[in-house]
Design a protein around this ligand. Structure first.
Ligand code: GTP
Ligand code: MG
Length: 578
């Protein structure tokens, strides 16, 4: 007998099987940030819940300010693998001898780790000077000084206490299910799955550790995170996209002109920028593989359209993609950051649509003909530009608000847009999130994909320049389509599911079940398998099954770190598309 919903579950299980060749640690945060003084005073008090600084708050700072501040914080921070049982107090007292500590937290990921932010960068040198390279009888350690340490106990029996868990863990599936069923707002998903402050800190720290390694070759380089780690649309477990920025290295060689002389570095020349990129990434890949503490599974994917080195940073649990010469992607992240900051509905809607798409296997971490999260985000932005009055401005209007400082041309592409958020007028539109979600499904359920393209630069539909089933114009490289990989059948699946979801939400407007009826509704009803399956089931069984299905689904949404870990071929979007 066919069981309703088995399709979805089977798909989820199959996906899970396919993607778990390498087990990815689940990062659990255990303790909260605070100053040492505060921590020492707190002593044995239980850790309270933490203000993450992200929930419901829309960042208003410039992207570059935010990046610089976090990068500077990360440079004062160390990562320490700790014994399982440790006294937090004694640990902090011990570290304080190297300098005052500004902030710390613990998390679990195949062991206990501490992220400790000192007040001053100099403290790190003191700590490194007080640290030795281990030696064992059987193996030889490659001596390498980094900011990733191992803390050992001299006397195993002296430390008995465990650091206590703060309220950092995600809710149980049951709680989440109830939340989604009866939540009055779609913000619930955003709150549950968005990156926490600690997770963001860990991402910047990981970039900073990789930057230390790259600096051995390029002392002025910067490793910058981009993509969903920084564009405010990241979900816990998303990959960590990094960009090795060598501009400072290049610029330094151009100055210091005195009299009639011009001094240049002796350098090696190669025939193209691409070959230079490949050579740089190849060497860094080797370096990470041989010397990078905690960097495992290093793959050099140098023939992709955007060459990259992919590896797993075991201690943080992140799957990392390191690229260089990829400044446009960083600029796209900045643009998305601005759109996410302009109106609180944007991120909630993007999260809902991303979760909906993931639940129905419209997106996948495996490269293929699927829609990507980046494309989905563009579709939401476009839809919000089309509302009346618009909720988001077009990219062209952001360009008209730009000043001289914002002027930016990358490889001949005009990437100018206003960076100062306070110069953009808030929208007059007052539509609710729930209405917007329904309208999003209706809009794209009826969009003329066969004729029209999506274009956030002008905020209006345009004739498609080629026959790709889905055409979303790259906002900066305007002759390119960011969804070139999407097949007709994947697009059709998207359209069918969008129509069905619009219909479900329409029904709910007129027939919203009472809480006592225990019938899933709201976002939960959208995440369930498609309607025909549900109709053929008795209501009682259906409810039980629905609960199970949603539990599995939530697990899959939370656990896509496992999937990300095993992406094997070239960067799906960058390599195959634009
Ligand atoms: P996740 O699925 O959460 O990782 O979302 P993401 O936005 O980080 O996507 P992904 O890791 O695939 O790509 C990282 C960044 O690269 C994106 O945010 C974009 O800025 C850029 N990018 C991704 N795909 C494309 C593409 O097809 N064309 C261009 N020009 N840039 C892309
Ligand atoms: Mg990413």
């Amino acid at each position: 007998m066919a069981v309703p919903g088995v399709g979805l579950l089977t798909r989820l299980n199959l996906c899970a099987r396919r993607r778990t060749r390498v087990q990815r640690p689940i990062v659990r945060l255990l303790s909260c940030p605070g100053t040492v003084a505060k921590d020492l005073r707190r002593d044995e008090q239980p850790s309270g819940s933490v203000e993450t600084g992200f929930e419901d708050k829309i960042p208003k700072r410039r992207f570059s300010e935010m990046q610089n501040e976090r990068r500077e914080q990360a440079q004062r921070t160390v990562l320490i693998h700790c014994p399982e049982k440790i006294s937090e107090n004694k640990f902090l007292k011990y570290l304080s001898q190297f300098g005052p500590i500004n902030n710390h937290f613990f998390y679990e990921s195949f062991g206990l780790y501490a992220v400790v932010e000192f007040c001053q960068k100099e403290s790190i040198g003191s700590l490194q000077n007080g640290t030795h390279t281990p030696s064992t009888a059987m193996e030889t350690a490659i001596p390498f000084r980094s900011r990733f340490f191992n803390l050992k106990l001299k006397n195993q029996t002296s430390e008995r206490s465990r650091v206590r868990s703060s309220n950092q863990l995600p809710r149980s599936n049951k709680q989440l299910f109830e939340l989604l069923c009866y939540a009055e707002s779609l913000n619930t998903l955003l709150k549950e799955f968005q990156l926490t402050e600690e997770n963001t800190k860990l991402r910047y720290l990981t970039c900073s550790l990789i930057e230390d390694m790259a600096a051995a070759y390029f002392p002025d380089c910067i490793v910058r995170p981009f993509g969903s780690s920084v564009n405010t649309f990241g979900k816990l477990g998303c990959d960590l996209d990094m960009f090795l920025d060598l501009d400072e290295t290049r610029n330094l060689s151009a100055h210091k002109i005195s009299g009639n002389f011009l001094m240049e570095f002796q350098v090696k020349n190669v025939p193209s920028e691409r070959i230079a990129t490949q050579k740089i990434l190849s060497v860094l890949g080797e370096c990470l593989d041989h010397f990078g503490p905690g960097c495992v599974g290093v793959q050099k994917i140098l023939n992709a359209r955007c060459p990259l080195v992919r590896f797993s940073h075991q201690a943080s649990g992140f799957q990392c993609d390191l690229t260089t010469n990829n400044r446009i992607a960083l600029t796209s992240s900045e643009l998305l950051y601005i759109y996410g900051a302009l109106d609180s509905r944007v991120r909630a809607l993007v999260f809902s649509v991303r979760c909906w798409a993931r639940a129905h296997s419209l997106t996948s971490s495996i490269p293929g003909a699927w829609i990507t999260n980046f494309s989905l985000t563009m579709m939401v932005i476009f839809f919000l530009q089309r509302r009346s009055p618009p909720i988001l401005p077009t990219l062209d209007s952001l360009k008209t608000l730009a000043d001289a400082e914002d002027k930016c041309v990358i490889e001949g592409n005009n990437c100018t847009f206003v960076r100062d958020l306070s110069r953009i007028k808030p929208s007059q539109n007052t539509e609710t999130l729930e209405l917007l979600l329904k309208e999003f499904f209706e809009y794209f359920g009826n969009f003329a994909f066969d004729k029209n393209s999506i274009n956030i630069r002008q905020g209006r539909e345009q004739n498609k320049p080629d026959s790709s089933p889905l055409y979303i114009q790259n906002p900066f490289e305007t002759s390119l389509n960011i969804s070139k990989n999407v097949s007709q059948s994947q697009l059709q699946k998207f359209v069918d599911l969008a129509r069905e979801s619009a219909w479900i939400l329409q029904q709910e407007d007129t027939d919203r079940p009472s809480i006592s009826s225990n019938r899933p509704w709201g976002l939960v009803s959208l995440l369930l398998p498609s309607a025909p399956n549900r109709k053929s089931f008795t209501k009682k069984k259906s409810n039980k099954f629905a609960i199970e299905t949603v539990k599995n689904l939530l697990e899959s949404l939370k656990g896509n770190r496992t999937e990300n870990f095993t992406k094997t071929s070239g960067k799906r979007t960058i390599s195959t598309q634009t």
